[in-house]
Design a protein around this ligand. Structure first.
Ligand code: ADP
Ligand code: ASP
Ligand code: MG
Length: 441
């Protein structure tokens, strides 16, 4: 069995849906497990509806719901050829939009629980539309609800055992289908409530299911020919990277390569299932394979993570003292805030965080141990490849490339695959460009 995930643009219009189902077709005797995102733009609209409801503005929410309904109803004529499937899908969409409108009535008590239910509707709609299209085409396809097979644990992390058992059990209930469809992104939490795997989470769903079922491959189909060596939204003339080691892909995803959800590579790596990134606009293009092979002595790609805050704690008490760093890290742990980069000297430590929600409490606690300085609007630029310490000169090349850019922190040696620089957000573009010019030309 192959797991294939198709992102928002890949199912972004009736025309795209018709094209994309041609790729689902499993080889003779094989089965495809297809994970779909919401149609592009839909999750953003659902976020907007929720924003209005948080602000107790049901009128604002209704305007977006009406626009969305018009758009979806317009897709029916284009997607389906028969009256039967047009009516069936129209009935389903009517129920969906009635459901969305029901939240507007409860606007004064709107909470994150309701928001998660609203956000789940994008994937529920896209998967139902595509399954109906496949059925109309006479395909042996069946829709499995991700709400039955994907669950997170008490820490909000995916519960791989549950996912494995539930998916295997579901497949046994409906064994003889060629194409299984499910929703990306959405799940239940350990309380049984509807939840999600964060924005871009459909990649994560695919990797979790592929890992749980130990499939031959996990395919992530998107709108670009694989992982590029730099962010194509920012830098011109980026090139696809044909192969990445699991660890390299995980670093790139975590440090901002939007093509992959930040933590989706982890389960694939643990299960040893290769991940292939492919382009729905050009299905024959080779894309990128992510597997367990290390290409010695190559720098592969660069990525950047935005909205980083840097916190520096300086204290002469750190000099020759033990236990100082433990106290500092405990403050972050107590505030459930994870640290990305760390640099230390004899009298100080700088760390970066990407979640500012507990910043005030963290800074106030840290002040008990030293002088604290906070720098906002920073950006981590991460160079990924075979950067083991034995590869003489590789980190120098990266540093030389950005010799004209003020660097706030440098982190090297934490893993063999990454060197990271902390720069001001305003210097992000020229940092990425300078690295491309020196490392990949
Ligand atoms: P999907 O909706 O299919 O999940 P995404 O928009 O989440 O697609 O991811 C694909 C996009 O990621 C590309 O269109 C590209 O603009 C962006 N991207 C950012 N960094 C990279 C990179 N290093 N390589 C390829 N694409 C990247
Ligand atoms: N639809 C969700 C989002 O836009 C999940 C995904 O596309 O991966 O974030
Ligand atoms: Mg995505």
């Amino acid at each position: 069995m192959k797991v294939m995930k198709f992102g928002g643009t890949s199912v972004g219009s009736p025309q795209r849906m018709k094209e994309v189902v041609k790729i689902f077709n499993p080889a003779e005797g094989e089965q495809s497990f297809v994970v779909l995102s919401a149609m592009s733009g839909t999750t953003n609209s659902l976020v907007e509806i929720s924003d209005y409801l948080y602000k107790n503005n049901p009128e604002g929410a209704s305007t977006i719901i009406n626009q969305l309904e018009q758009k979806y109803m317009g897709h029916i004529e284009e997607l389906y050829a028969t009256q039967e499937f047009r009516e069936k899908t129209a009935q389903f969409l009517n129920e969906e939009f009635k459901y969305l409108r029901s939240f507007a009535k409860d606007a004064p008590t709107f909470s994150s629980k309701e928001e998660k239910v609203i956000l789940a509707q994008g994937e529920i709609i896209s998967t139902t539309m595509v399954t109906n299209y496949l059925l109309e085409q006479g395909k042996k396809a069946v829709l499995l609800s991700a709400l039955d097979i994907v669950r997170t644990n008490e820490n909000g992390e995916p519960d791989l055992n549950f996912i494995r058992n539930a998916t295997v059990a579901k497949l046994k209930e409906v064994p003889d289908y060629d194409i299984y469809i499910t929703q990306g992104f959405i799940c239940r939490n350990n309380e049984g409530e509807i939840d999600n795997l964060q924005r871009g989470g459909s990649d994560y769903t695919a990797c979790l299911i592929g890992a749980a079922l130990q499939t031959s491959e996990i395919q992530i189909w998107t709108d670009i020919d694989g992982m590029h060596n730099n962010d194509p939204r920012i830098v011109d003339h980026t090139e696809p990277v044909r192969q990445l080691y699991f660890e390299e892909a995980a670093e790139l995803a975590y440090f901002g390569a939007k093509i992959l959800h930040p933590t989706c590579i982890q389960p694939a790596k643990l299960a040893g299932v290769p991940v292939r990134l492919l382009n729905t606009m050009d299905p024959a293009a080779p894309g990128t394979i992510i597997n367990n092979e290390i290409q010695k002595g190559t720098i592969k790609a660069v990525a950047a993570k935005d909205n980083i805050t840097c916190i520096q704690i300086q204290s002469s008490r750190m000099l020759l003292a033990y236990g100082f760093l433990r106290k500092v890290f405990e403050i972050f742990e107590q505030n459930r805030t994870s640290i990305d980069m760390i640099c230390t000297s004899e009298v100080g430590v700088s760390v970066t965080i990407d979640n500012r929600s507990h910043l005030t409490d963290i800074v106030s606690e840290l002040k008990k141990y030293g002088t604290v300085e906070v720098d906002d609007n920073m950006c981590i630029v991460c160079v990924v490849g075979d950067l083991a310490s034995g590869n003489v000169g590789f980190e120098t090349r990266a540093c030389m490339a950005i010799k004209k850019i003020p660097v706030r922190m440098i982190s090297y040696g934490g893993s063999n695959y990454n060197i990271s620089f902390l720069v001001k957000a305003e210097d992000k573009k020229r940092t990425l460009q300078a690295l491309s010019e020196t490392l990949f030309k």
